[in-house]
Write a protein that binds this ligand. Structure first.
Ligand SMILES: Cc1cc2nc3c(=O)[nH]c(=O)nc-3n(C[C@H](O)[C@H](O)[C@H](O)COP(=O)(O)OP(=O)(O)OC[C@H]3O[C@@H](n4cnc5c(N)ncnc54)[C@H](O)[C@@H]3O)c2cc1C
Length: 559
């Protein structure tokens, strides 16, 4: 296929493509792969020395590779895995087994695998009431997931649009909703708007169980467990699957960067050019349409289409400039909330954590699970209150994984990688003061050491990525791990703003394709997929319009 919209190269000596994709995050790479597959000449430009954005494996210490930001997969869309042949290109998930675990008040582990019978028995040990509540709790999530999952792989409905296709899409969703009982719809609506703390109080009584589940409800959000809307965040994390098991999570062979590398490999196979160390300093616009980009150092690259997978605030207000947008779009973008409170700790240990208070086979199983340590919902609320006051939590929650337990190839010397996703630690203008990271990390290691006392002496290296570090390294403004907060006011047709929610923008040829668009954060790849479909659809419409215009011109010139 030749250039879209009949574009011809302009600018003597400057490279020219059909489409430029800004950023080499997994969403941008996905968009590039679909566009390349459709025959477009595509160029991806990533600022860092390696691809993947927050879905990356980095050699942090010689011979020791770590999923530096995201660390487990679930939401990556099966259709994209199939379309882009990601398995052939090196993507191999390894299911967490057991999926999840925590500790009872007496320190004994509670394993929460995908096997419902085992989970029932494990929970019944601490509370028969809670074990009985698991089934209705799961059923609620399954119903909500059935309704929401199909929405991920298409643009959100265009509310207020009178275009026949948009109205049809709205009617289709209304029809799907009409197919459900009023009771089910009410329950889903409630689930999507209430706090995770209130939801868990409805079902369970055991503090440690509620604390562990609640921690998943506040992953990545600037909110506490009693903040309305956080139950949706728990649901958001249950919308995926691994190996066909609904809601399951997994490690990835080679770390999370193997996903980005597989997508990049698929894009290259389609003919895409991918450059790293290519910092885009402006997306260039002339007469209301994009013309290309300029890189640090002054190099210009031309294209009639530019997709950006970088943070939407950075794209709209920084790279393009507010002056190219209607006032309301720029104002909405300015008020887009993008605060984060997640702190990632990446460590290499000389040996795996040795969990005490567990039979040897259970201790081994814990190395294969996501282990959440969060004693109760009020404990989590207190951690959030600390962050709101501008300081790292006195008592953080931690979620621990040991990826080398399932993929020893991550280190060359047999050492153990341990990742800890933790909250809450605030972003602030001045950054974290000297010593604050160390102090916070020691608290987290001490929490783990209560269950695995060998950990402190086994630590060889670690790094602490506080919100200002996530912003500096990955371009995640305000430290929001999802490229923007995920309150309901910033999801679906509101993400990142109403006018920008369907990937296109008021600037002709400019599209957004990162996690700051529907369906939001996580290694999903749907934003990249959906944006590419919209680009291709718009190109088809342009060509159809051009065909309609041509005969008219012919008849008028004949008269
Ligand atoms: C600490 C952490 C833990 C997480 N854990 C998980 C998890 O376990 N599982 C999960 O599913 N999700 C997780 N997430 C969320 C998930 O990683 C992200 O939502 C997802 O990776 C976003 O992908 P993206 O492609 O949309 O954007 P990003 O990954 O943000 O990529 C944007 C890219 O654009 C580049 N860029 C920015 N500006 C420019 C410029 N001017 N020029 C060129 N390039 C530019 C950046 O360098 C970056 O590579 C986590 C995120 C973080 C930060």
């Amino acid at each position: 296929m030749s250039a879209v919209n009949g574009h011809t190269p302009n600018g003597a000596g400057a490279a020219s493509y059909d489409a430029i994709v800004v950023g080499g995050g997994h969403n941008a790479l996905t968009a590039a792969a679909y566009l390349a597959k459709a025959g477009l000449r595509v160029c991806v430009l990533e600022r860092r020395h390696l691809l993947g954005g927050a879905c990356v494996t980095e050699e942090l210490w010689p011979g020791q590779r770590v999923s530096r930001a995201s660390y487990v997969v679930s939401m990556l869309q099966p259709k994209i895995v199939a379309d882009l042949e990601l398995t052939r290109h090196g993507y191999h998930p390894i299911p967490l087994d057991p999926e999840f675990a925590t500790f009872a008040s007496d320190g004994s582990p509670i394993l929460l695998p995908n096997d419902k019978r085992i989970t029932y028995e494990q929970v019944a040990r601490v509370s028969k009431k809670d074990a009985d509540a698991l089934e209705p709790f799961d059923r609620l999530f399954d119903k909500a997931a059935d309704f929401l999952k199909p929405l991920m792989m298409r643009p959100p409905p265009a509310l207020g649009s009178k275009r026949p296709t948009d109205v049809f899409e709205l009617l289709r969703e209304a029809g799907r909703a009409a197919g459900m009982s009023r009771r089910d719809l009410a329950e889903i609506f409630r689930l999507m708007t209430m706090s995770v703390g209130d939801l868990l109080d409805d079902y369970f009584e055991t503090d440690e169980l509620k604390g562990a589940y609640a921690s998943s409800g506040v992953v990545g959000v600037w909110a506490g467990p009693y903040t309305p809307g956080t139950a949706y965040n728990l649901l958001h994390h249950a919308l995926g699957e691994v190996g066909g098991v609904q809601g399951a999570w997994g490690h990835v062979k080679g770390g999370m960067g193997a996903i980005s590398e597989a997508i990049a490999s698929s894009a290259r196979a389609g003919g895409a050019t991918i450059r790293t160390d290519a910092d885009v300093t402006s997306i260039d616009v002339d007469g209301g349409r994009v013309t290309g980009v300029t890189l640090a150092g002054g190099e210009q690259i031309h294209a009639p289409l530019v997709l950006s997978g970088a943070h939407p605030k950075h794209t709209i207000l920084g790279l393009v400039g507010a002056e190219h947008f209607p006032q309301n779009v720029a104002d909405d973008m300015r008020r887009y909330r993008t605060r984060g409170a997640s702190v990632k700790i990446n460590a290499v240990l000389s040996e795996p954590p040795r969990y005490v208070n567990a039979a040897p086979e259970v201790a081994e199983q814990l190395l294969h699970a996501s282990v959440a340590i969060c004693p109760s919902v009020p404990y989590l609320e207190q951690a959030w209150q600390d962050a709101q006051r501008g300081k790292p939590a006195e008592g953080p929650y931690i979620e621990v994984e040991v990826p080398t337990a399932v993929d020893p190839t991550l280190t060359d010397d047999g050492t153990t990688v341990v990742t800890m996703f933790t909250q809450f630690g605030p972003w602030n203008e001045e950054g974290w003061p000297e010593g604050a990271r160390e102090e916070y990390a020691q608290k987290c290691f001490a929490m783990l050491a209560e269950h695995a006392p060998n950990v402190p002496d086994a630590i060889l290296h670690y790094e602490v990525l506080a919100p200002p570090d996530l912003e500096r390294i990955f371009g995640l403004e305000g430290g929001s791990i999802f490229q923007g907060e995920q309150g309901l006011d910033q999801m679906a047709f509101m993400r990142p703003t109403p006018e920008l929610s369907r990937y296109g923008t008021p600037v002709d040829g400019l599209y957004l394709c990162g996690a700051g668009t529907h369906p939001g954060g996580g290694v999903i790849a749907a934003s990249g997929h959906n944006a590419a479909q919209v680009v291709l659809r718009d190109a088809r419409r342009e060509r159809a319009k051009a065909r309609i215009r041509r005969p008219r011109q012919t008849s008028s010139s004949a008269s």
